[in-house]
Design a protein around this ligand. Structure first.
Ligand code: ADP
Ligand code: MG
Length: 412
């Protein structure tokens, strides 16, 4: 009996192992079709090698992969598992087939429903909830079983305790492993990102200073030339084009410059009210041109020391991206909300624009990643760099076609 339990446990470890070894490099290991497939195989193996206890009582761990997939992947991932489980169960036949069908249907209806909330929980809570749900599912199953058999003797209760304990224990071990994998992936991504920021800011500091001076000089002389009376209109056109392009180069350089180390004369200790209002006023005309309505709420008393230029630049970049995302949809609403929550300054920037897929979100903040024709792909990188310097984090929530929310949390 113990050997079978171990065997079942081994089946459950398989997908986890394969993910660690082969798929840890992917940004989003869940929602993966292969994972659903591997879980299905695990489930079938669990059903095929059930744990036989005394008095002909048979049970297995099939609901563990099922619940895991349902919780992490939602309805669409759980559905194939449900189908496979029942097809296999009908093929095996026997007295318990129909109750088992009803029971799995109930689990299919209830558990994936919790998925959206489950994914948002913290790691520890997810482990706790997964164990509770596994124990609860097994508990319901045992209650139904108890109602069907009339002899509720001591043996039955012993089995109940045994089944509940194994389910809880196996689920907690598997969940701890899964959560550790997720944490490792997140940590590695964070280190990669901060490494990228370091490289960029070092390069930026050295290159942009050198480039800025020649740009300013050239642009000054071109402006002088533009005012001259002796140039023809055609030549004037050329000069104006050159000036425009110089301006663009200047813009890119100043985007780059702001990656540099915080400067002491820019450091302030404040509640960000001045920066928030200043940047809002700066983007107002831009918003109006694109028929974007700006909602602004400020409600923060916490103070923090930061480089005000960088925070301003970061906010402007995020506002601009929001407005640009609504450009194609012919307007919308940009909601800016700055508040405090448990000693953290929380900045939420929400747009009703085109939104992003998970894949696009994971590429945010990589240098030169842009989907816009005129884009530089530096705006988000700068935003991440500025927030990184005040030890804050940026969370992104987005739905394709509906809009995006950037949630910045800065500890004080
Ligand atoms: P740029 O704006 O120059 O393209 P950014 O670094 O500011 O560069 O943004 C990178 C990419 O991220 C954008 O091209 C866009 O595809 C995507 N993006 C950023 N913010 C949003 C948003 N609020 N809604 C939709 N897509 C966004
Ligand atoms: Mg941008």
């Amino acid at each position: 009996m113990f050997e079978t339990l171990l065997l079942n446990f081994l089946f459950l470890l398989f997908p986890v192992l394969i993910v660690v070894i082969f798929f840890e490099n992917r940004a989003y290991p869940y929602n993966n079709k292969l994972l659903v497939f591997m879980s299905a195989v695990t489930m079938v193996l669990c059903i095929a090698k059930p744990i036989k206890l005394e008095m002909g009582f048979i049970y297995d761990l099939r609901y563990i992969p099922f619940i895991l997939v349902a919780l992490f992947g939602g309805y669409w991932s759980a559905l194939p598992l449900y189908a496979i489980m029942n097809i296999y169960r009908f093929y095996l036949g026997g007295a318990g087939t129909f109750p088992s069908f009803l029971f799995s249907t109930a689990v299919l209806l209830l558990v994936p429903y919790l998925s959206k909330r489950f994914i948002k929980l913290s790691s520890k809570r997810r482990i706790l909830w997964a164990v509770v749900i596994a124990a609860f599912t097994m508990g319901m199953y045992l209650i139904i079983l108890g109602l069907m058999t009339d002899k509720l003797d001591q043996q039955f209760w012993r089995l109940t305790v045994y089944a509940l304990l194994t389910h809880g224990a196996v689920m907690s071990i598997i969940m701890i492993l899964i959560e550790q994998i997720i944490t490792n992936i997140k940590n590695r991504d964070r280190i990669l990102q901060s490494e990228r920021l370091n490289v960029v800011s070092e390069l930026a500091a050295s290159v942009s200073h050198e480039i800025r001076n020649p740009l300013t000089v050239t642009s000054g002389f071109l402006q002088l030339l533009n005012k001259s009376n002796t140039i023809t209109p055609e030549e004037k056109g050329y000069v104006e084009l050159s000036l425009l392009e110089l301006n663009r180069a200047e813009k890119i350089v100043s985007d780059y410059l702001s990656f540099a180390k915080p400067q002491s004369d820019n450091m302030v200790c404040s509640n960000m009210k001045a920066e928030a209002e200043y940047t809002k006023n700066i983007i107002m005309p831009y918003a109006t041109i694109h028929k974007v309505d700006v909602q602004f709420n400020f409600n923060n008393t916490l103070h923090k020391s930061y480089d005000k230029n960088q925070i301003q630049q970061c906010l402007i970049n995020l506002y601009k991206n929001g407005i640009e995302a609504m450009k194609e949809k012919d307007g919308g609403t940009l909601t800016i909300d700055i508040s405090e929550k448990k000693q953290n300054i929380v900045i939420s920037i929400q747009d009703t624009g085109i939104g992003m897929t998970k894949e696009e979100i994971s590429r945010l903040g990589k240098p030169y990643y842009s989907t816009k024709e005129e884009g530089t792909g530096l705006g988000m990188l700068m935003a991440y760099s500025a927030i990184n310097k005040v030890k804050g984090i940026i969370e992104v929530e987005s739905e394709k076609g509906k809009g995006t929310t950037f949630l910045i949390t800065i500890p004080t």
